[in-house]
Design a protein around this ligand. Structure first.
Ligand SMILES: *Cc1c(COP(=O)(O)O)cnc(C)c1O
Length: 450
């Protein structure tokens, strides 16, 4: 055994997880006392003085852009329609994503709601989406008074299961709204084929997936419209902000009109819409960070690939499944499924308590699928929904929303690390993560004392 001259942790760091998947190497058994879990008073793998990268990211260029905008007095995009911060960002983001057009908005939720409205989806229409997402996804369907129909997940990828989407398509279905969960691509080959077959629109919720690629295309440009979020926690962040990207000029013009309280670029008041314009300060913060954003995106991908490699073959913590065609991810979260049978039956809560005490910021992320939240019963009490849909459909809808077992499994097993900041750390930091996982795995019998 190559244990001479190695501390236990360093030794683990030199192994891949494969060798640890099925058995405890002898060297660990001899070290029980010093391997006490930090949660039980042992020494943590990662000392408390070591910090994870701060989030949100801030640099001098971003501050300069904000100061410039403040001093210019041009605070709304209408003060600088051609070369202002928002207009400039839209051009640059379109070019980065390969989309023909981009429209800045006040949030990702707004971007999604504008997409739904601009596609003419409304009362009596159904949109199929994921139960495992930010509530903004569902909210964007509800604000147009359409019916959000939740399909179940592939429990290994945390993405929409195309087979269940198919089961939920009916004559009222107008669109599929796949969410690229954690910033990795949903099963887009199957979803796009199904949409084409049933003549459905596709709105991509790429809120976590800025810049990620699938089969040579940037997420958000595969469907009819793509929506991105720049909320403070997202990998490209401006506080609250978002964007719609797309290639269809007429549809994108309609999105502009809807987001501009129903007023066209030429000033004609033509339709229904909220006022959801991105402001110049948000554009400034984004323009300031764009020159280095791709660098951070690539670093997240490099670190995620490194973690995937280290965890390959380890049965206790299984990284998010990727579909064929995936080229890169936004990595809003680095996500894994916790398999308690490989941790001596310890609950996920016990595992998380142990791993966090070792200095690794893992969390359970979304506690409940959106099919388990109160909004469903609420809309079923509303007269507007009772008027829009036959009683039999609403009864069937309630039943469909009562059982999404794939999503429940994901909620139970999820172990996520926020990727925006943590995944731009160093390789040594990634080694701390793996070493902590392996220590907790090695000492799994201690977990029941937590
Ligand atoms: C963040 C997020 C949204 C909503 O974006 P906001 O900018 O917060 O409104 C929607 N969907 C997903 C998957 C998200 O992560």
């Amino acid at each position: 055994m190559p244990n001479k001259g190695f501390g236990r942790r360093k030794f683990i760091g030199t192994l891949t997880a494969v060798s640890l998947g099925g058995m405890i190497p002898q060297v660990f058994a001899a070290n029980k006392v010093s391997d006490k879990l930090a949660a039980l008073g042992g020494e943590p793998v990662r000392s408390k003085t070591k910090k994870w990268p701060k989030w949100p990211y801030v640099d001098d260029r971003m501050i300069e852009e904000i100061v410039k905008t403040t001093k210019s007095g041009k605070w709304s995009r209408i003060n600088a329609p051609v070369d202002g911060q928002v207009a400039t960002f839209e051009k640059q983001f379109a070019s980065l994503t390969g989309a023909k057009y981009c429209i800045g908005t006040g949030s990702g939720t707004q971007a999604l709601a504008i997409a739904v409205e601009a596609l003419g989806i409304g009362p009596g229409d159904e949109v199929i989406t994921s139960p495992y997402t930010d509530f903004g996804t569902v909210s964007a369907i509800l604000t147009s008074r359409a019916l959000p129909v939740l399909a179940d997940l592939d429990p290994a990828s945390y993405q929409l299961d195309p087979d269940d989407v198919k089961r939920k398509i009916n004559s009222a279905t107008k669109a599929i709204l796949p969410v690229h969960m954690m910033g990795l691509p949903a099963d887009m080959d199957k979803i796009m084929a199904m949409a084409q077959q049933h003549k459905l629109k596709v709105i991509e919720d790429a809120c976590q997936a800025a810049l990620a690629k699938f089969r040579g295309k940037t997420l958000g440009t595969l469907g009819d419209l793509g929506c991105i979020s720049f909320q403070a926690s997202k990998a490209l962040a401006c506080g609250e902000g978002g964007a719609i990207i797309g290639n269809d000029e007429q549809l994108m013009d309609q999105c502009f009109t809807v987001h501009n309280h129903g007023t066209t670029k030429k000033g004609k008041h033509t339709t229904i819409g909220p006022k959801n314009r991105m402001n110049e300060f948000e554009g400034a913060i984004l323009n300031g960070q764009l020159p280095t954003a791709v660098e951070r995106f690539e670093l997240r991908n490099k670190n995620a690939t490194y973690l995937n490699e280290k965890l390959k073959g380890f049965k206790g913590l299984v990284p998010q499944k990727m579909y064929a065609g995936t080229e890169s991810g936004g990595y809003y979260n680095y996500a894994m499924s916790y398999k308690k049978e490989h941790f001596a039956g310890a609950t996920r809560q016990q595992f998380l308590k142990a791993i966090v005490a070792e200095g690794v910021p893992f969390s359970p992320y979304i506690p409940n699928g959106l099919h388990r939240e109160a909004w469903i019963d609420h809309i079923l009490t509303l007269n507007e929904y009772k008027k829009m849909f036959p009683a039999a459909r609403l009864k069937q809808y309630r039943e469909q929303m009562s059982s999404l077992p794939g999503c429940d499994t994901v909620c139970d097993e999820m172990v996520a690390m926020h990727g925006s900041g943590s995944l731009i750390a160093t390789t040594a930091d990634m080694d701390d993560i793996i070493n902590a996982v392996m220590k907790v795995y090695d000492q799994r019998e201690q977990l029941k004392n937590l």
